[in-house]
Ligand binder design. Structure first.
Ligand code: SF4
Length: 212
């Protein structure tokens, strides 16, 4: 199957998603952490609360009291651990010389450094690399795993590195990877859900699991 065609069909079905809505690299970084285990709407409210108190920058957050961060991000859930992690992540950015200095680092090294931070797993690190630093990486999340497994028509889960090899062989530009992740999330919410809605799925012609 040609994954480039899947991208194009998703785009035709859902339209441009225009991710990631943010005004700065740091806002994307903070948002990638805050959106863990919650909706984007909740993460957005937490970001707005930080912005409203003029705390949405790494220097301020690194020096802020945990209780002040917690009161802003409570809406995003897991607010105690997220506040602690946001503070550490901010300190990391400050120690590195800011987001512009981080932007000069190679992709592999930057990914390694992000993964060493508390609460930053592969999905969050790759979202930061793609959306904050425009690196050509694939963000693999639960939506993509389920979608790829169904497209391939295999019963067992496909390993992440197989999904990456499959997709990156055909899609390796930042704009397309950016759009693909957002489209797969949109599709996973609207059609390729736990109980799939195959009837009017825009990619059913390419899917080996399409239900009659
Ligand atoms: S046809 Fe069904 S299983 Fe296949 S991608 Fe569409 S919604 Fe998912």
């Amino acid at each position: 199957m040609v994954f480039g065609d899947v991208h194009d069909l998703l785009l035709a079905a859902h339209g441009p998603q225009r991710w990631w809505p943010a005004e700065s690299r740091f806002e994307i970084i903070a948002g990638a952490l805050l959106v863990q285990r919650t909706t984007w709407r909740s993460a957005e409210k937490a970001l707005a609360a930080l912005q409203g108190r003029r705390m949405l920058d790494p220097v301020t957050l690194a020096a802020a009291r945990a209780a002040d961060i917690e009161s802003c991000i409570r809406v995003a859930g897991f607010y105690r651990s997220k506040a602690a992690r946001l503070k550490k992540l901010s300190q990391f950015v400050v120690d590195c010389g800011g987001t512009d200095a981080l932007a000069d680092e190679g992709t592999d090294r930057l990914r390694e450094r992000l993964l060493r931070l508390d609460g930053i797993g592969a999905e969050t690190a790759d979202a930061i690399l793609l959306y904050a630093f425009a690196r050509p990486v694939l963000v693999i999340d639960a939506y993509l795993r389920r979608f790829a497994q169904r497209l391939a028509g295999v019963g067992a889960a496909i390993a992440d590195d197989e999904i990456a090899a499959w997709i990156l062989a055909e899609i390796d530009s930042v704009p397309k990877l950016n759009e693909l992740h957002a489209l797969v999330v949109a599709h996973g919410k609207s059609h390729c859900r736990k109980q799939p809605r195959c009837d009017d799925c825009g990619v059913r012609a390419l899917c080996r699991s399409a239900r009659p």
